[in-house]
Design a protein around this ligand. Structure first.
Ligand code: NAP
Length: 528
């Protein structure tokens, strides 16, 4: 049940994490608003689902066009609200969202087309089946602050194109971006109730979605909240997709292109100030190239400017929240206390009252350090050497999380071979993190990074339920072989059917034919 104490009307104030300046405020919605939104969404869904894919596509492409036309303004809002740089905002949020909307709009109909099923054996040849993908109905989306535009927008696009209506509850921390999403969607003039964005406190939204009966929830966020929400959903078996944390490993083999590997580690470790569920956190480097790799990485880290999200003055922005800054400091300090060595950039170009943290490389790490087993979610990379590939695989898999990972080598078949031994939802070869932006590939983790899949054809399937239609094609069939009345002949005939299909040899199969025929022929008779 929803506690009255959770129903507190207020406003959410947004600040720029780079300098603490207030940038806006958003009224907090209530449980009654959620109730109204769900009722409206449920009514709207029937007409929305009745439209064809190509009709819905037209709406979605209007959203895409609006985003393209307003890319500067949207990148600015994302940057101000989250602390990330303008380049991060455009490259990892605005651009991928346009590609995703375009992809889902143009491909969902084909990817989810009716699937015809061939009869599984000759005895059931009369039965013909197909599977249609049916929208769930009203989809509730709960999203985090780290990619406040891209994460919810992928799911909004997948939900809408498949004929669902949507209630979005985005992170309280990034409500300015959330309002920008509403403006983008409004540009399509969707029918009333097809999309509603509410500013609700997290627990109120989660409990409300379940108690008020949305048809499926897509949650992206922490493992801790994911577990709470799963327990809540168990109350009425609300379907739930969970996209949770990561502790990604990058494995660098001795034949890797070192320049590319170093550049990739920098981007996938420090992009979005390291606050990426699938950012590189742990690097494992083969011992023969360890020193060279470490030197190159330090050389590149030294060149990084960090701490500001103002107009192209830095490579790395700030963290988004104070608690995230404190967590990063805690992890780094814990590592230092336990014997790690630290290397960091020192070109802090930001205003000094923001949540900035220097990009850091941590060496001499061991598995007792928080930084090796808890998600840090900050601009911190750890570096550890390995001798044999098996060691690196074991290290990479030594985590309760398994979102993504990467292998860096010039030997692509060896890369793929190692990838198949990694317990992660996505493994990239000579790249990392970017596959969230590939709308065509499924996204989701192993172990406690999941369970749930979004994006790609699996993501579209997750927005729909399979409905199987089974039809008889032969005219004049009065009943199935196993229908009433039952007697020993029916029993024996069915046993013969089994022998006919799966008998050990031709003799056994042939011997079963008379009994089978007897039971088969009763399908054309009205009595017995
Ligand atoms: P979070 O604290 O779990 O919050 C995520 C969302 O859940 C927010 O909108 C939050 O609302 C809401 N929420 C809070 N309590 C809730 C409850 N009891 N029931 C339902 N919803 C609730 O996570 P975060 O700190 O924002 O995000 C960082 C985490 O997300 C990291 O662990 C990161 O790895 C993970 N993540 C995973 C992926 C992925 O694709 N696998 C992608 C991005 C991030 P309020 O803002 O109102 O509290």
């Amino acid at each position: 049940m929803i506690e009255p104490a959770e129903l507190k009307p207020a406003v959410t104030i947004s600040y720029n994490p780079a300098n603490g300046e207030k940038i806006g405020e958003t009224p907090v919605d209530t449980l009654d608003d959620l109730k109204d939104a769900i009722n409206l969404a449920r009514k709207a869904q029937k007409t929305w689902a009745a439209k064809s894919y190509s009709e819905r596509k037209k709406y979605l492409l209007k959203i895409r066009d609006y985003i393209v036309e307003n890319a500067d303004n949207l990148s600015e809002i994302i940057s101000l609200d989250s602390g990330k740089t303008l380049v991060d905002a455009l490259s990892t949020e605005v651009l991928p969202v346009t590609m995703a909307i375009n992809y889902y709009a143009k491909n969902a109909g084909k990817l989810l087309k009716r699937h015809y099923i061939k009869p599984g054996n000759i005895l059931l040849i009369n039965k013909r089946a197909y599977v249609d993908r049916v929208p769930y109905g009203v989809i509730g989306i709960i999203s985090p602050w780290n990619y406040p535009f891209a994460i919810p927008f992928h799911e909004i696009a997948m939900a809408l194109i498949t004929g669902n209506t949507v209630i979005l509850k985005a992170a309280s921390q990034t409500q300015e971006v959330s309002k920008a999403i509403t403006r983008c969607v409004r540009a399509a003039n969707l029918p009333e109730g097809v999309f509603t964005n509410l500013n609700l406190p997290g627990k109120l939204a989660g409990n409300g979605f379940v108690d008020l009966g949305v048809d499926k929830i897509f949650f992206t966020g922490s493992v801790e909240v994911g577990k709470q929400l799963m327990a809540k959903c168990a109350e009425n078996l609300t379907p739930l997709s969970l996209e949770l944390g990561g502790k990604d490993a990058m494995i660098v083999l001795e034949d890797a292109d070192l320049d590319r590997a170093v550049a990739g580690a920098l981007w996938a470790g420090f992009s979005n100030t390291g606050q990426s569920c699938a950012g590189v956190e742990r690097i494992f480097v083969q011992s023969s190239i360890y020193e060279k790799f470490s030197e190159k990485l330090k050389f590149e880290i030294k060149k990084l400017k960090f701490g500001s999200n103002k107009k192209f003055s830095s490579d790395i922005g700030t963290l988004t929240t104070e608690s995230q800054l404190l967590k990063v400091r805690e992890h780094v300090n814990d590592a230092i206390e336990k014997g790690a060595s630290i290397f960091s950039a020192n070109d802090n170009v930001g205003e000094k009252n923001g949540y900035s943290h220097a990009p850091v490389l941590v060496e001499n790490v061991n598995n007792d350090m928080l930084i090796q087993f808890e998600e840090t979610f900050g601009p911190v990379l750890t570096l550890k050497k390995f001798e044999k590939v098996e060691e690196a695989i074991a290290e990479a898999n030594n985590s309760n999380l398994g979102l993504t990972a990467s292998i860096w080598t010039k030997n692509h078949s060896e890369g793929k071979n190692i990838a198949s031994k990694i317990q992660a939802g996505t493994v990239t070869i000579n790249d990392h993190l970017m596959s969230h932006g590939l709308a065509e590939t499924p996204w989701g983790g192993f172990k406690q990074s999941g369970p749930g899949r979004t994006h790609g054809y699996i993501g579209l399937e997750e927005m729909t339920q399979p409905q199987c239609i089974v039809n008889d094609i032969l005219p004049g069939v009065k009943k199935n072989m196993w229908w009433y009345p039952h007697n020993q002949d029916v029993f024996n005939g069915l046993k013969d059917a089994m022998k006919f299909l799966y008998g050990k040899n031709l003799g056994e199969k042939a011997g079963a034919i008379p009994g089978l025929l007897k039971v088969f022929l009763r399908t054309f008779r009205k009595d017995n």
